[in-house]
Design a protein around this ligand. Structure first.
Ligand code: ISL
Ligand code: CA
Length: 558
């Protein structure tokens, strides 16, 4: 068992714009985060992942960076950042920065130079190409709708942007660009930050020649030409040698389209690239062939299959990161649980399910109080560029049915996760004294942190307990995973084993009672109920038991 502190840690993600506003301008900020550090310490988390706070014109809420060594004015100053690092460390926690280096903002000085002329020294910091008879160089469609290419008159060429046109892709083939990035990373690490979450890091290497897809369509998903591309491992190994390996840090690479085979390289146990990656396979279970907005119901069978594949395939070879939501995804309790009658119980069940798997768990702000998806009445109330671009293409230009598209936004839209954190039941949930940049979910009256802190049975304290259990039982971190009773239609059941210790994890994913029977395997002496999400659990023999709707139990058998 290869012990590492980042395997034993629990990470909490802060989306700064929506976390806590200290000065009443309606936008969360760094001072606001500092005010809430004790709340996080009390929860028990070890590491904070901070979504981008760098200078940015905010086309994509900070994922479009115009200066990697400056702080966005709305969020505060570099002094505030230094204080944040100090205050986090003073509480024995660590800070993981978001690193967005597949692309920059088009307002970054590098791009401003790059655009000036074809022989500008910064030209090759980005990816420029001549058009194809008045059309873009290839037919790739962007993550945010439309083409991945934008035309620039000055030099009569197009530049590549996998995301918005204000997020031009950086050219990793250029060693000068790579050096700039490594230097910038070193600069932050020397300031004392403890690691990086790397935005779409598996997109940095594109296939030579940037070919169109074979479909002949005007616009098509070109993922095979830029996801897990030919040189990505080479670049990450170089980054590891020049930067990461010199520090004792935590690294996680966001990697859409990565298979477990890819992951076993990115997150290899020898440590030559990253510590772990974020997979998207479980996030795609409710997408039909038309992609993210083509919503279909997910099934428990598929969830078991995908999660188990990642558990088995990385065992001993790499390390998993565990998450059910983040700032790009709907709220976990609305998506995989029940955000009505069984909100509290199902949120705890999902937390149990996730935290007992092998890997490093990530909690997204508000998850610990069971925040839910939101339904705004009109499209104007939404902010997210992905939502607006899709809506324009589908409804305004494409003539699709308004209600149907809004329904997809209610289920999948990223703003579900971005409504302000609900601190108390005062105006705007105590997030701001001003007008919030995005409306607060109207259910803040009931769902808020003060209520959670005043209730010993709250989801918040449940997470606290899960985290404490992780610190006390090695088997939770290092135990071997095994899926059991794979065909059970309601219960996701699995075991974890380490030496003499075995955990039995039972999660009822349905709103109905569920029967379960378990054959004791070896010479078990003691059976201890470590975790449970019901007020009372009837004393039952493991061999024959009934779980209530969304009930979860963890038994330790030794
Ligand atoms: O949001 C998504 C789910 O549909 C993805 O398409 C998402 O855009 C993709 O996972 C990449 O996400 C990351 O990079 C984006 C940024 O908008 C996201 O917030 C970030 O997490 C571009 O930097
Ligand atoms: Ca503010």
């Amino acid at each position: 068992m290869d012990k590492k502190w980042w395997k034993e840690s629990v990470v909490y993600q802060i989306y700064p714009r929506s976390f806590n506003d200290s000065n009443g301008d309606g936008i969360g900020d760094i001072k606001g985060i500092i005010e809430k550090l004790d709340y996080l310490k009390n929860l028990g988390i070890d590491v904070i992942w901070l979504s981008p706070i760098y200078q940015s014109p905010n086309d994509d809420n900070g994922y479009d960076i115009s200066d990697y060594k400056a702080v966005m004015n709305e969020f505060g100053t570099m002094e505030d950042m230094d204080t944040l690092v100090e205050e986090i460390h003073a509480r024995g926690m660590k800070l993981m920065m978001d690193l967005v280096v597949n692309h920059s903002s088009d307002e970054h000085q590098w791009f401003i130079e790059s655009k000036k002329s074809a022989d500008n020294p910064y030209r090759d910091y980005y990816i420029w190409k001549k058009g194809d008879n008045g059309k873009p160089p290839n037919n790739w469609s962007s993550f945010f709708s439309g083409s991945t290419w934008d035309y620039d008159e000055t030099t009569d060429e197009y530049y590549l942007h996998l995301f918005s046109k204000k997020q031009p892709d950086l050219n990793w083939e250029n060693p000068a660009l790579r050096k700039e990035i490594y230097d910038m990373m070193t600069w932050w690490l020397d300031k004392g930050v403890d690691g990086f979450r790397m935005d779409v890091i598996n997109l940095i290497s594109k296939v030579d020649g940037l070919p169109s897809t074979s479909s002949g369509k005007d616009l098509d998903w070109g993922g095979e030409y830029f996801m897990n591309g030919p040189l990505v491992h080479e670049y990450l190994q170089e980054m590891n040698q020049q930067v990461l390996s010199k520090y004792d840090i935590i690294t996680v690479g966001e990697s859409p389209g990565a298979t477990t085979k890819d992951a076993a390289r990115y997150a290899n146990a020898e440590g030559t690239e990253l510590n772990m990656i974020f997979t998207f396979e479980h996030m795609d279970l409710d997408s039909g062939p038309g992609g993210k907005w083509d919503v279909k119901p997910w099934t428990l069978g598929d969830l078991k299959e995908v999660m188990s594949k990642w558990q088995y395939d990385l065992a001993g070879k790499g390390w998993n990161s565990l998450y059910l939501n983040n700032h790009d995804q709907p709220r976990m309790v609305s998506r995989f649980g029940n955000d009505g009658e069984y909100r509290v119980r199902s949120a705890k069940m999902l937390a149990t399910f996730l935290h007992m798997l092998q890997g490093t768990p990530y909690i997204y702000q508000g998850e610990e109080i069971g925040m839910t998806n939101v339904r705004f009445e009109s499209i104007e109330e939404y902010d997210d560029i992905e939502i607006h671009n899709m809506f324009r293409e589908a409804v305004t230009e494409g003539g699709q049915d308004y209600d149907k598209v809004m329904e997809a936004i209610y289920v999948k839209g990223r703003d579900n996760a971005r409504t302000p954190m609900q601190w108390d039941n005062s105006d705007h949930a105590g997030f701001t004294t001003g007008t919030p940049w995005l409306k607060v979910n109207p259910n803040y009256d009931e769902i808020n942190a003060v209520n959670a802190l005043n209730d010993q049975d709250s989801i918040y304290y449940f997470y606290q307990h899960l985290i404490q259990m992780r610190k006390q039982h090695d088997v939770i971190v290092y135990g071997k995973y095994e899926l059991i009773q794979k065909d059970h239609a309601q219960i996701y059941a699995y075991t974890r084993t380490l030496d003499q210790d075995e955990l039995l994890i039972l999660c009822n994913f349905s709103g109905e009672k569920a029967e379960f029977s378990y054959e004791m395997t070896s010479k078990q002496d003691t059976v201890e109920l470590l975790v449970q999400n019901m007020e009372t659990v009837e004393d039952q023999f493991l061999s024959e038991l009934t779980l209530a709707p969304y009930e979860a139990r963890v038994y330790k058998i030794s």
